[in-house]
Ligand binder design. Structure first.
Ligand code: UD1
Ligand code: MG
Length: 431
């Protein structure tokens, strides 16, 4: 589609009260600016992000994820404000869509509605019960006349409940002509982009109000807004997954990263978190389990299981209080209370309760390899690096310090001593 997009993100974001730039705060695992870029990418191949505060940090974060974004550094010292942000921006196409970097909930469908409007300028307008904080849109005889910022409103204007959603689609030529003409004679001494509306109206241009859903266009300014937006985003993610065949128990208690993907029919019980780029294929994730950046294929986890990054579980069951990290388990059962880190475990192997792979000596991490059909008795410690071949049995309580050959039994135990009637002697009681 031949439209340029400009995303305004130069503001300081003071209300966020954070050292992290506002637009880098994440919602469901993706930064706000990335949400805005993703929605923009669906409609445009010419995207410019306007930056100033912590520009380097924001630019680097964006460049890590996207290759083809243009950047413009606003001259905030001399030209503060949303109008100042557009000075020097050069859209490639004859129409431009302007949006804010702090609107992570905007969908490309709503952006399309703004593009499809037939005004010289299409302006996003929200109807709000409480319009405070927003620029008011003065509409007379169904035509937009001007936008008045709250701080410049008289008492009648303050009553207007149609507010500027902050997203515009307009002829690029108008930007080119109007932006240099803006002045800062207003209460905030800023160059307001919104003043171009009046300029267009005076020239007889058509300014169309496009009414848009409040939910999508509300800006995220504080950490409270951030949490509110996340609830909405989570609902979208989970509704979509359920409609595509995933079963969820008490979905309001489940957290799913936007980068996670699901295949086939899975069951996700209450209190589960699926984080990062995880992939869940036909699996059952039971209550209060956490899966992070891992592939879970035809497996069951939990309740209260934890799978940490770079793990791959296939045809496997891990039970309560089992932690798996950077490990590959294929056809394995580990039912209770284990730590399996930097391990590869083969088909048919059974990991008893309390088995620990001791993968760290305080300096470096070491690998454990366990073959097929290995029986690891409860409370075994495996001091990595170690290689346990197929069809091995390890007695409960063993400390494995060497490689074990195929078919062997390994057992290390302190001999049990039993002293008869010791109790009665010790407490000087009669039997
Ligand atoms: C702006 C609109 C207001 C609208 C509201 C919708 C103006 C003058 N007002 O107000 O009518 O109702 O958005 O949310 O446009 N930014 C820059 N450079 C700047 C200042 C801001 O890039 O010098 C960016 C910010 O990073 C932000 C966006 O522009 O992404 C909006 O800025 P903000 O200060 O939030 O504008 P509002 O006062 O909310
Ligand atoms: Mg704002």
């Amino acid at each position: 589609m031949s439209i340029s997009v400009v995303i305004l993100s130069a503001g300081k974001g003071t209300r966020m009260k954070s050292d992290t730039p506002k637009v880098l705060h994440k919602i469901s695992g993706k930064s706000m600016i990335s949400h805005a870029i993703d929605a923009s990418k669906k409609i445009s191949d010419d995207i410019t992000v306007v930056l100033y505060h912590q520009a380097k940090r924001v630019k680097e974060a964006i460049e890590k994820e996207y290759k083809d974004i243009k950047f413009h550094i606003q001259d905030v010292e001399n030209f503060p404000g949303t109008g100042g942000a557009l000075r020097g921006v050069k859209p490639k196409y004859s129409r431009t869509l302007i949006l804010n970097g702090d609107m992570p909930l905007v969908t490309s469908n709503s952006l399309k509605a703004l593009i499809d409007g037939d005004g010289d300028i299409n302006l996003s307008v929200i109807k709000l019960d409480n319009p405070s904080g927003y620029g008011r849109v003065v509409i007379e005889n169904r035509t937009v006349k001007q936008i008045v910022e709250e701080k410049d409103c008289n008492s009648t204007q303050k009553e207007i409940d149609s507010v500027n959603g902050g997203v515009y689609s307009l002829k690029s030529e108008l930007l080119e002509r109007y932006i240099p003409k803006l002045n800062n004679s207003n209460s905030q001494k800023e160059y307001y982009l919104t003043d171009i509306i009046e300029m267009a109206v005076e020239e007889g241009k058509i300014v169309k109000a496009i009414f848009v859903p409040e939910e999508e266009f509300k800006g995220v300014n504080s950490k409270l807004d951030l949490a509110t937006a996340e609830v909405i985003m989570q609902k979208r993610i989970k509704d979509n997954l359920m409609l595509n065949g995933t079963i969820m128990h008490l979905p309001d208690t489940i957290y799913i990263d936007i980068n996670a993907s699901f295949e086939g029919e899975s069951i996700i019980e209450s209190g589960v978190s699926i984080l990062g780029k995880s992939k869940i294929i036909k699996s059952h994730i039971k209550s209060n389990s956490v899966v992070e950046e891992s592939i879970i294929d035809n497996s069951s986890i939990g309740p209260m299981g934890r799978v940490r990054p770079q793990s791959h579980l296939k045809n496997t069951h891990i039970g309560n209080f089992v932690e798996v990290k950077k490990s590959k388990l294929d056809g394995v059962k580990a039912g209770h209370l284990s730590y399996l880190g930097d391990a590869t475990i083969g088909e048919g192997s059974n990991i008893g309760a309390g088995v620990i792979t001791c993968n760290y000596d305080g300096k470096a991490k070491y690998k454990t390899t366990i073959g097929k059909n290995v029986f690891v008795g409860s409370d075994t410690q495996i001091i990595a690096p170690v290689n346990i071949e197929d069809e091995v049995m390890i007695g409960a309580g063993t400390t494995v310090t060497r490689d074990i050959k195929r078919g062997s039994l390994a057992i290390s135990r302190t001999p049990l001593k039993i002293v008869a009637d010791f109790f009665y002697k010790f407490f000087k009681k009669a039997k």
